[in-house]
Design a protein around this ligand. Structure first.
Ligand code: AMP
Length: 120
């Protein structure tokens, strides 16, 4: 699988500071910010700072430090947002997964009772 990264995607622009975002947490390897169109009381995106298009790209090619930094950010976001009663983490991927922004991002969605994962 070839992963072609488009550095004009909107999250690349956020990482370069070209467009604003509502940052909730940041470390050396990841940035977490509020989704611009929240689908629940808590809806954040956690993104790696490296140029990875998707979860499978990140899992294959990111260094151990990048992966550790990313998941440390996920842990911090869960703590900051207080989603102790649960949440959903979603990584929409490519066409079948209906991914709009081609920079890997994990949605963290919660703060209320969610419906089932997929309609039956
Ligand atoms: P996906 O379909 O998984 O690629 O989702 C992309 C997400 O990015 C959507 O939930 C959008 O609402 C969100 N989004 C798009 N532009 C921005 C932005 N400038 N700041 C924050 N979230 C954004």
């Amino acid at each position: 699988m070839e992963y072609a990264y488009d550095d004009q995607n909107i999250f690349a622009k956020i990482l370069r500071g070209e467009i604003p975002n509502n940052t909730v947490f940041e470390n050396d390897h990841a940035l977490a910010f509020n989704d611009i169109a929240p689908q629940a009381p808590v809806h954040l995106l956690v993104i790696p700072k490296g140029a990875y298009v998707s979860l499978d790209h990140f899992a294959r090619d990111a260094s151990v430090d990048e992966q550790a930094g990313f998941f440390a950010a996920v842990a911090e976001v869960c703590k900051i947002t207080g989603v102790d009663d649960g949440f959903r983490a979603i990584a929409n991927t490519r066409t079948h997964g209906v991914q709009d922004v081609p920079h890997f991002h994990l949605h963290i969605i919660g703060g209320a009772q969610l419906g089932r994962m997929l309609p039956k």
